[in-house]
Design a protein around this ligand. Structure first.
Ligand code: AMP
Length: 281
């Protein structure tokens, strides 16, 4: 496994690959969710490149950029064991050299949900992912359903900018008690960690109602909201029942299905989770 930082090093290593290349973009502090993306990439591609970059432009001024957990030696050991060919760990100076002034902005699908709560977040995400794509030039790129809106936004950008890259979406990996794996789970103290299971429990309750025939979007959201509100350590920021492709809020779930998603504060830690209900995906 090679680890590179600069663009010339990246390009030299990329050129040496023959066959298909899969890219797994990450912010590091890797867990089994990230490694499931790596495994999928290994299964589908001849070579796997993982990028590790805590992208400053996708963090808001009051967000956790400086505190974001980092452990590069451990990440590299995990990736080596997983059989990754190349790890790209650019610095902020490599990605945003002095005088940088070009941004990638996706419009409609970035406005609701996470985009509504985190102004500028997706502008940072699409700009960095576009730069990862042009740097690595992969055939396929692997993203987690954990960040459901990110998947919709990246697919839109890939179509709109004609990147010849297939976007592969991998299922959410969870802890045994249902909590979606996240680098941010490390911020939770034991009581908060226990309380955090309310996210997946509330989604299961809403899915059970959906499976029993409930199609009213407000009612599905209310099931989630009531359970989150009943947990003293949790504070609901939003719950949404939206069309899975356009992300517009639904009144009634039809044959396209729905993305039921939420953001919840547990203490100062902001957690997100979602289920896809019905539909074809
Ligand atoms: P991050 O390092 O948080 O930017 O995540 C890098 C990639 O891993 C993104 O595509 C995430 O959606 C994905 N990911 C993060 N957590 C999980 C999880 N629990 N299950 C599956 N994919 C995940």
């Amino acid at each position: 496994m090679q680890t590179v930082t600069t663009l010339p090093e990246l390009w030299a290593n990329r050129k040496a690959f023959s066959g298909t290349v899969g890219l797994v973009p990450t912010m590091g502090f890797l867990h089994a969710g990230h490694l499931s993306l790596v495994r999928q990439a290994k299964a589908e591609c001849d070579h796997v490149v993982v990028s590790i970059f805590v992208n400053p432009t996708q963090f808001g001024p009051s967000e956790d950029l400086d505190a974001y957990p980092r452990d590069l030696p451990h990440d590299l050991a995990l990736l080596e064991e997983a059989g990754v060919d190349l790890v790209w760990t650019p610095t902020p100076e490599v990605m945003y050299p002095q005088g940088f002034q070009t941004w990638v902005e996706v419009e409609e699908v970035t406005r609701p949900l996470e985009g509504g709560m985190r102004p500028g977040h997706f502008r940072g995400v699409t700009t960095i992912v576009a730069k990862l794509f042009t740097g690595v030039q992969p055939d396929k790129a692997f993203f987690g359903q954990k960040d459901a809106q990110q998947v919709v936004v990246i697919k839109q950008m890939t179509r709109d900018l004609n990147f010849p890259i297939k976007i592969v979406v991998c299922p959410i990996r969870r802890e045994p008690d249902g909590l979606a794996m996240s680098s941010r789970n490390t911020y939770l103290d034991p009581a908060q960690r226990e309380a955090a299971t309310v996210l997946s429990r509330s989604l299961i309750a809403a899915r059970t109602a959906f499976e029993s025939g409930e199609r009213d979007a407000d009612k599905l959201c209310a099931i989630v909201a009531e359970m989150i509100t009943a947990e003293p350590l949790a504070e609901l920021q939003y719950v949404s029942c939206a069309h899975p492709q356009t992300l517009t809020e639904l009144e009634t779930v039809d044959e396209d299905g729905a993305l039921l998603s939420m953001a919840v504060y547990v203490g100062k830690t902001r957690l997100i989770d979602n289920f896809l209900l019905g539909g074809t995906e």
